[in-house]
Each structure stands twice: as structure tokens, then as C-alpha cells.
Design a protein around this ligand. Structure first.
Ligand SMILES: [Zn+2]
Length: 152
């Protein structure tokens, strides 16, 4: 009996997200992340709607989220559905900053190394402030510019 229950749990784990047995999309609030990013960066977002959000497996490709350069951000489900909601919300706010930087004209596409670093500085600022003010200071990263090669 125990083996059967274990197998059932494993199958639900493997196929659950596909068939909607378990919610693959983590708890999140796009509007709140949008408002938070605008507030921290002191951006006037009054004439801009939040981006569309596509939740999909991304972590296998090495990212937790990305902005598509248009009206949509993409967010990972593989790892984020098991993550602390504070972390998920900080990543959501981070990706929204990239959307805001382009939509509000602070960054022009295509990205250059300079504009990538400019937008990442804004995005990490918002993400770090979010985790620091929501009880997860351990999730803040201040060495992001090393990983992105922005200090050279
Ligand atoms: Zn980023």
C-alpha cells in the first residue's frame, strides 16, 4: 500500500502540472510587482499597463525569467513553484523592470553591454530592495555585476 501511494505521488509529481493536478504557476501578484518596481525606481507608470506574464519551465535553460523585448515577460515554473513567494515576487519585479526600462524609453533596443548593465542595475536594485524589506535579506545579491561582466 505504501509503495502504491508513493508511486501515485511520483506520478502526480511528474504529470500533475501537465494535467492541472497541481498548480504549476506559483502564487504571485503581477500588479503589485509592477507598482513596486515603479515606486522604487520613481518611474511614472501611469500610462503603462503591466506586461503579460507567461509561466513556463525555464530553469532547465538556466534562467528564472526573462523579458521578450515587447509586451511579455516569461517566468519559470520548475523552481519557482517550490520557492518562497518573496523570492518569486522579487524575480517578477526584476523582470518587470526590464519591461519598464524599454517601454518608458530608459533603454533602447537592441541591448548593448552598457544598456544591459544599466537595466540590470535597476532590476537588481528593485529585487534586492524587495527581499530586504520582506524578511529575506539572505536572498539579496550585491555581486550581480560580476556575473554579468558589468564592472569592466
Ligand atoms: Zn535581469
Amino acid at each position: 500500500m505504501k509503495t502504491f501511494v508513493l508511486l501515485l505521488a511520483l506520478c502526480a509529481g511528474m504529470f500533475g502540472p501537465t494535467y492541472g493536478v497541481f498548480a504549476a504557476v506559483p502564487a504571485h501578484d503581477t500588479q503589485a510587482a509592477f507598482d513596486y518596481a515603479c515606486k522604487v525606481l520613481d518611474y511614472d507608470c501611469s500610462r503603462l499597463a503591466p506586461p503579460g506574464v507567461v509561466w513556463e519551465p525555464l530553469y532547465s535553460f538556466g534562467v528564472l525569467g526573462y523579458y521578450n523585448g515587447d509586451d511579455t515577460i516569461h517566468m519559470d515554473t520548475e523552481v519557482l513553484r517550490f520557492a518562497d513567494p518573496v523570492f518569486t515576487q522579487s524575480i517578477l519585479a526584476h523582470e518587470i523592470v526590464h519591461y519598464l526600462d524599454v517601454k518608458l524609453g530608459y533603454v533602447t533596443l537592441p541591448y548593448t553591454m552598457q544598456t544591459v548593465c544599466q537595466s540590470e542595475a535597476n532590476a537588481w536594485r528593485v529585487g534586492n530592495v524587495y527581499v530586504l524589506t520582506h524578511g529575506r535579506a539572505d536572498l539579496a545579491r550585491f555581486d550581480w555585476f560580476v556575473a554579468y561582466g558589468c564592472f569592466k
